[in-house]
Design a protein around this ligand. Structure first.
Ligand SMILES: [Fe+2]
Ligand SMILES: [Fe+2]
Length: 176
């Protein structure tokens, strides 16, 4: 059983791996001149990088050892425009389970400060699974007319900022 600190270091790697995967998805769309899909996933990649750096800041603040892990290669080839969104939703669901497991680890160690740190990530995962499953529905509807999803993103991604951002934990080196 890894300690909570070890498990959190591993999660830093999973967040960076998610970031790399989103860059791979963004460039797949960018190469097909689908700028809204590309922009959406470039932005997601930055968010995942920020999640990793929030965890790094927590490890520093809690005086725990920080060991930045490597990441495995992302998938870069996809059958159609829907497949990357399905992959992204699967990834978000997997991360939700990982964060839940971290909460369990913190609680088992009686580390309530660590557990409280993770609560923001639970909320963030609820939001990300919800928005990615909405995007998957739109992607499936747009299989034969990709401009439907481009128009959807142009409409939906302008305007209101994610209210969760206001309460986000600080990131090492500053949030991007
Ligand atoms: Fe994340
Ligand atoms: Fe995410």
């Amino acid at each position: 059983m890894p300690t909570f600190a070890q498990a959190l270091n591993s999660q830093v790697g999973y967040e960076f791996a998610a970031s790399q995967q989103y860059i791979a998805i963004a460039t797949y769309y960018d190469a097909q001149t689908l700028p809204q899909l590309a922009a959406h996933f470039y932005r997601q990649a930055v968010e995942e990088r920020n999640h990793a750096m929030m965890m790094v800041q927590y490890l520093l603040d809690a005086d725990l050892q920080v060991a930045i892990p490597g990441v495995s290669a992302p998938r870069t080839e996809f059958a159609d425009i829907v497949e990357p969104v399905q992959l992204a939703l699967d990834q978000e669901k997997r991360v939700t389970a990982q964060i839940a497991e971290l909460v369990r680890g913190a609680r088992d160690e009686g580390d309530f400060v660590g557990e409280q740190f993770l609560h923001w990530f639970l909320q963030e995962q609820r939001e990300e699974v919800s928005s990615m499953s909405a995007l998957l529905q739109v992607a499936e509807r747009s299989r034969d007319n990709v401009m439907l999803i481009e128009d959807y993103l142009a409409r939906e991604s302008s305007g209101a900022a994610n209210p969760l951002e206001a309460g986000a934990p600080p990131a090492a080196g500053g949030v991007l």
